[in-house]
Design a protein around this ligand. Sequence first.
Ligand code: DAH
Length: 335
Amino acid sequence: MSATISLQQLSEQLDSLEAEAAAAIQAAGSAADLETLRVGLLGKKGRLSAVLGAMGRLSAEERPLVGQRANRLKEQLQELLAERLGGLKRAVLEQKLEGERLDVTAPSRYVPAGHRHPLIATVEEIVDIFSGLGYRVAEGPEVESDHYNFTALNIPPDHPARDMQDTFYLSESTLLRTHTSPVQIRHLESTPPPVRIVAPGRVFRRDAVDATHSPVFHQVEVLAIDEGLDFSHLRGTVTTFLQQFFGDLPVRFRASYFPFTEPSAEVDVQWRGRWLEVMGCGMVDPAVLEGMGLDPERWSGFAAGLGVERFCMVRHGIDDIRRLYSSDLRFLEQF
Ligand code: DAH
């Protein structure tokens, strides 16, 4: 190898470098390949540096010519590298988009949605109707004292009415409430009249299980206390409620007896050709009002209590109360 090198030779080296580099850049298949190429071409020990290193052996007039050419080539190669890199990135992105394309016509996956239990739906429907009539929701405890469950409702110890509501005692004076009526007393204790409440809840009786009895069931209690309320208000409210719930069907009131109301009535609706008893009600007994410290000459009111299971069973044509507690999905999915 001679110590000198001609301008001609260096130009040829740059020509072939240009051609080879352009082809190699086009052929590169990944960003990593391009980086390797870049280092090999433009890096400190790359091919362009080698050519520039040889420039020292040219004459002073020739050197700038090669220098300018080499700089242009460097810029050109940088551009080609950048362009190819952009192309590769776009290709990767396009491939990804292609792979992730959504088929908006594909059938969706079935996710079964739960729904309310028919009993709870019935409670909500009843409460809803009374809310619409201006009643507020009140609640009381399921573990109740003898006082609220019986005595304050005009059912003293040894009263025969206690037999109708035999219950579970936790102690001599604590029991599982047999009805939602104690909520009347608790509410009146904390809230001066006028009062209009609807009180849903669970109640308990010592009953054997059969098609129409369950030791745990649900009631909704209604209470209105105001000045000047009389039986016509009770009748109007109960009839309006029943017709909203069941539709426009005949309603009848039968005289009955409850210790905490006077007069008392049971209410029937005519459902599919027969009379069906759906609730008890009456004018709040003056003795109950007096017990609450309310003057019966000034305040009067009415109360009603209804069994939610009965409403639910009639509405849906269910013939056995046990179905409501069996958690059988084949049954529940019908609602
Ligand atoms: N508490 C009664 C029961 O469970 C139902 C009842 C009757 C409630 C008359 C009342 C009412 O508020 O006025 O058998």
